[in-house]
Design a protein around this ligand. Structure first.
Ligand SMILES: Nc1ncnc2c1ncn2[C@@H]1O[C@H](COP(=O)(O)OP(=O)(O)O)[C@@H](O)[C@H]1O
Ligand SMILES: [Mg+2]
Length: 356
């Protein structure tokens, strides 16, 4: 169990690490951020920083020896990095969560094996296997690289007119899965936390709207039945237990059908704090960031109670130029990530309104 004054190591220096470090401070915990050269907004709010590559063994070892536990803000931590750190210090969530979620084929197989519904999927490793997969699942369908995809990158829609050789080169001829296209009613997610003694808390189900594959808005409550809400939380708990997970994670779902026929399909798992949980800063009794810190410190989890109806909006690219208007609005929770460079499509901050 960590004590106030102890230091948490965080891999990654982006906004998620920044908000984790900001949440650790009121609990008397310090953070040491390890990130490669670049725009690392988490450095502004951390007690210690290491700038080095994730392959730098000496830097990783020094880092591991200077902290009480290591966590991460992104799922693509190289397996070798996790292994080097694990030999010296506890890494939480455990590296098994990384192995399972880094590869979409392994991830979807794992979820299906738990008895949870997922879109039909088939592995693809060549143009021939893509052709066979499309014959099996039909069109439209979605081709996704097994690894390193995010915000819709590494994906190609297979429509009626799509040339399969083109789609295969669009995703860089990388090992992939072909997935059935789901004409969903809405997308929802559950953010959950699990601690070292297996206690789980789940936040209410969030409804997510994407623009150009990037999360634009999250609202709560989600427009789903009480039964679907319960099933989503139950699915998240099962996934957390099966991974022996410690920390915060998110499960993304597609909601299909309506009324009596409303049904959930799991889309993916994020083994980290998640953009669809940013509303918990100001909108819940304990934020997802504090919850993650509590979990990896082996502390009791906090209350996930929601404080009202929620509207969270991401500030993408130039959206953040309106910052003065935002800070002028009474009661609006404004979070600006302090990134040095503002580019189109870049997440620069978020706003949360908590409504009665
Ligand atoms: N099988 C599918 N059917 C319909 N839409 C999909 C499907 N897979 C992905 N999408 C859309 O693309 C978005 C990004 O896909 P996702 O698999 O979550 O990858 P990422 O890792 O980029 O978030 C989803 O949130 C959803 O809007
Ligand atoms: Mg996703």
């Amino acid at each position: 169990m960590l004590k106030p004054g102890d230091t948490i190591g965080i891999l990654g220096g982006g906004q998620l690490a920044r908000m984790m470090a900001l949440a650790a401070a009121p609990l008397g915990l310090k953070c040491h951020i390890f990130a490669p050269e670049g725009d690392n907004p988490a450095f502004d709010v951390a007690a210690a920083r290491t700038i080095a590559s994730y392959e730098d063994v000496a830097a990783l070892e020094t880092f591991a020896r200077s902290v009480s536990v290591v966590t991460y803000e992104f799922e693509n931590v190289p397996a070798r990095t996790a292994e080097i750190l694990s030999a010296l210090v506890e890494v939480l969530p455990n590296p098994r969560a990384l192995e399972t979620t880094q590869d979409r084929y392994i991830e979807k197989s794992f979820i299906r094996d738990l008895g949870l519904a997922v879109p039909d999927f088939v592995p693809v490793d060549s143009l021939e296997s893509l052709t066979a997969a499309v014959a099996q699942l039909g069109r439209p369908s979605v081709l996704k690289t097994r690894r390193f995809g995010y915000d819709g990158k590494g994906q190609a829609m297979i429509k009626s007119e799509t040339d399969l050789a083109d789609a295969w080169s669009v995703i860089g001829q990388s090992p992939a899965i072909l997935e059935q296209f789901i004409p969903f009613e809405r997308e929802v997610s559950v953010v959950a936390a699990r601690n070292t003694v297996g206690a789980v808390v789940t936040y209410d189900v969030a409804e997510n709207r994407h623009t150009h594959h990037i999360l634009a808005e999250t609202t709560l409550p989600a427009h789903i039945s009480a039964e679907t809400e319960r099933a989503a939380k139950e699915a998240a708990s099962r996934i957390g237990a099966a991974l022996a997970y410690v920390g915060v994670f998110a499960v993304e779902f597609f909601v299909v059908g309506s009324g009596e026929n409303e049904q959930l399909l799991v889309n993916e798992i994020a083994p980290r704090v998640h953009n669809s949980g940013h509303w918990t800063l100001g909108g819940a009794e304990t934020s997802q960031f504090e919850q993650h810190i509590r979990a990896i410190a082996s502390w009791p989890l906090g209350s996930a109670k929601r404080l009202g109806r929620i509207e969270m909006r991401n500030l993408i690219g130039a959206d953040s130029d309106q910052w003065l208007d935002f800070v002028t609005e009474p009661g609006l929770h404004v979070h600006l990530y302090g990134k040095a460079e503002n580019r189109a499509g870049r997440k620069m901050g978020h706003l949360t309104r908590v409504l009665p």
